[in-house]
Design a protein. Structure first.
Lengths: 359, 403
């Protein structure tokens, strides 16, 4: 992202997570006690299994008029989270040119629950007897399509992914759309739903934390706890935000970089252009070495005096799509201001960094 | 005056298509009017229909930590072909970015057993790696890791507009200086999952499709991949790269109308076409050819015809349009990238490709439905149009390198 382009501003937050469906930041009362993984009941397994799960709720009780009966959980959460973010931003969509509103969605696994269902229909009925209503909903781009359809948003509708930095790349792509005048406002969404095929893969690969098998204090290391949820941010071009009174800017996005290799410290310093962020929000994705490598890189860039918020277990359980939740949790956890770096690493194989200005 | 730092050019094109590997066989096949669509029975038991398949895709040497799905292999071979086409080896592209579109991901490596008993399925030899190739992001990683390319990687999945949208977003990334060069494209294979899905929707024409015909009866699926090398004109000039075409304009919109059906008047697509022409600073009269989305389904083709009527209203003569899906079917997430490559080929060769099997075109007075023989004429500017489930539209405008 070219540093001298005008910044864009995050003006609304919505989420569906183990904290429930929420508009705005996560309340202190919810953050005061550590989030614990819940027992999985959606499928049977050889013994108890646990994860950070979204508890069932009725979407129409959160967003009146919302019909989600035919949708999978991921699409329903995207609709709820986007609605809550728009509400939090104080935007009346009837007053907005909706051809200028983009939707950018980051997902690692897309609509995996319906992909499982489609396979099961093929197993039961043969490939010539699969369910036509399920097939289009298996597309990874189905959730943002529903968001555009529900809200009548006719700007670019993009679904992105990246093994480690899908959330960050969605935010950077959205900012790019605004900066190039391809939209005035963007709804950025990131998240996934946990399905049996995914959990079983993590288990077979030996990636799960002991906390997935028994309750108790969360261990510091030794695997990760899968999680699920969707975070939504409203991002506006600064020019547009300036004409709306009483807008609460959560953060301005100054510049961003991500890469699959190279010299992260050197590239990020070049991106910062001399700025030294006083705070780093780590956005590791739950890989066992993410915490240490991200923290080390943060210290290399900002020095020993910088405040570092380590990766949070719940957000770290979203493989590659946790960045928005890492940011929301950081903004919710303490009053912070000044320049901050949203920083993720994936061992030696890449990084993502966004420079944020916090009011 | 051209700003060479903001002018996006194409300096390499690689393709894997049912014609084979490379632009040479694609161009020879299409200019001779050869159709790759053929009767198919082997994709899954009980399927009878028409598809276009890539034959003899040689296996790639795999990294120990990874397994390439067919989607990965198509993309990697296309990327290799693009780099060869540009005249440079992979070391030139070490810091490049990669944007790869697809819809199928690693579904080619998975079977119904994964949903029936996942734990048992993963105990099968090699299944963990097969499962790891499932996410659609894996394709960008496969290309990057195979060639040691370490710039930003991004995967795009926006149904049938994926490949074109990847090109639009990669162009944005170049303007953002996210990477000096972008390898961008799309890849999708035939697999039981998607073929069954389109079959269940009754969207498949059992015979070779006839887009834009009054008697069209659905689409055929194909497979393939295309990868373009994009960079700024400043970058291309600095490294003395050959400019194959200029990406003059791009735009993305959404219909916000229905999860699978296009809006009948094609207004979202018409808006997208107009936005792309605004960006390119060209009028409808200057566009010499439109490579249409043209799936051959009843709903798509009529919406698309209406979009052309709206977007090119006021043009002095009908806009020449064809669907090259009539040659090797609909390649889903790869379609937009393959059709971008075909559009570039049309511009460079000065060749307006006809729609095959178009006997009785949709009544649309503002459109010159190309059929019959290839028309040869100078083609300074051409447009590639893509749409997809969920209402996404993307339009790209290519100009000759000479312009």
């Amino acid at each position: 992202m070219t540093p001298n382009l005008p910044p864009v501003t995050i003006t609304g937050i919505g989420s569906v997570s183990p904290y429930g469906p929420l508009a705005g930041l996560i309340p202190q009362s919810s953050l005061e006690r550590p989030l614990e993984p819940s027992p999985i009941t959606a499928w049977t397994s050889a013994g108890p299994r646990r994860a950070f799960l979204v508890q069932p709720f009725r979407p129409a009780s959160v967003v009146p008029g919302l019909k989600t009966r035919r949708l999978d959980r991921l699409s329903a959460w995207a609709l709820v989270a986007s609605s809550l973010a728009i509400q939090d931003a104080g935007i009346d969509l009837s007053q907005v040119d909706r051809s200028r509103v983009a939707v950018v969605f980051a997902t690692a696994f897309g609509c995996v629950e319906l992909t499982e269902a489609f396979y099961l229909s093929a197993a039961a009925n043969g490939w010539n007897g699969t369910d036509p209503t399920t097939f289009p909903e298996t597309l990874a781009s189905a959730p943002p399509s529903h968001v555009s359809l529900f809200h009548g948003l006719r700007g670019p509708n993009v679904t992105v992914s990246n093994k480690d930095f899908a959330g960050e790349s969605a935010l950077i792509q959205a900012a790019s759309l605004l900066r190039h005048g391809q939209a005035d406002l963007a709804i950025v969404l990131a998240g996934d739903a946990l399905a049996q095929t995914l959990y079983s893969w993590y288990e077979a690969a030996g990636l799960l934390s002991p906390a997935c098998y028994k309750s108790g204090p969360l261990p510091e290391a030794g695997g990760f706890i899968p999680s699920e949820g969707v975070a939504a941010l409203v991002v506006e071009s600064s020019g547009r935000r300036n004409v709306r009174p009483n807008v609460r800017p959560y953060a301005r996005i100054g510049s961003g970089r991500w890469a699959a290799g190279g010299q992260p410290a050197e590239i990020i310093r070049q991106m910062l252009g001399g700025a030294v962020p006083s705070l780093t929000v780590c956005s590791g994705n739950g890989a066992p070495c993410a915490t240490s490598s991200t923290t080390a890189l943060a210290r290399e860039i900002s020095g020993d005096g910088a405040v570092i918020i380590p990766p949070q277990p719940f957000a770290g359980g979203l493989a590659g799509t946790g960045a928005l939740f890492h940011l929301i949790l950081a903004l919710s956890s303490r009053p912070i201001s000044g320049q901050a770096l949203l920083l993720g690493t994936a061992g030696d194989s890449g990084f993502a960094a966004l420079l944020l200005e916090l009011p | 005056m051209t700003d060479i730092h903001k002018t996006i050019v194409v300096t390499g094109v690689g393709v894997v298509s049912p014609y084979g590997i490379g632009m040479g066989c694609l161009q020879a096949g299409m200019l001779s009017g050869e159709s790759c669509l053929e009767p198919t029975r082997d994709v899954y038991p009980g399927f009878e229909g028409t598809t276009a398949q890539v034959r003899e895709l040689a296996p790639l040497e795999e990294l120990s930590s990874s397994r390439y799905s067919r989607t990965d292999r198509l993309a990697t071979v296309a990327a290799q072909d693009a780099m060869a086409n540009s005249g440079y080896d992979s070391s030139t592209f070490r810091d490049s970015g990669i944007v790869m579109a697809n819809t199928v991901g690693g579904l080619t490596e998975i079977d119904t057993g994964i949903a029936e008993d996942p734990a048992a399925w993963y105990r099968r030899p090699g299944s963990l790696l097969r499962g790891a190739s499932y996410p659609f992001a894996h394709v960008a990683d496969a290309v990057g890791e195979h060639f040691g390319i370490r710039g930003p990687r991004c995967a795009i999945s926006v149904a049938c507009a994926s490949g074109a949208m990847a090109i639009a977003l990669a162009a944005n990334m170049l303007l953002d200086e996210a990477a000096p060069i972008m390898l961008v494209g799309g890849s999708d294979p035939l697999c039981p999952f998607t073929l069954s899905g389109f079959n269940s929707l009754r969207a498949l024409d059992p015979k070779p499709c006839s887009p834009f015909d009054q008697n069209r009866n659905g689409l055929n699926l194909g497979e393939g991949s295309a990868v373009l090398i994009l960079e700024t004109l400043a970058s291309a000039t600095a490294r003395n790269a050959k400019v194959l075409a200029v990406l003059r304009g791009w735009a993305m919109t959404n219909d916000a109308f229905h999860t699978t059906a296009p809006e009948k008047q094609g207004s979202g697509l018409a808006d997208c076409i107009k936005l792309s022409m605004e960006m390119a600073e060209v009028s409808g009269d200057e566009i010499g050819y439109v490579n249409a989305h043209g799936t051959g389904t009843p709903l798509n083709d009529i919406a698309e015809a209406n979009a052309y009527e709206t977007a090119f209203r006021g043009r002095s003569r009908p806009i020449p349009v064809s669907s090259t899906k009539s040659y090797f079917g609909h390649c889903l997430g790869a379609a937009g990238a393959l059709e971008a490559a075909i559009t570039i080929m049309a511009v460079r060769a000065g060749a307006l490709l006809p729609t095959l099997r178009l006997a009785d075109p949709i009544d649309s007075p503002g459109v010159d439905w190309l059929r019959g023989k290839v028309k040869r004429q100078p083609l300074p500017l051409a447009m590639s149009v893509s749409s997809g489930f969920g209402g996404s539209n993307t339009v790209l405008i290519f100009g000759s390198g000479r312009s």
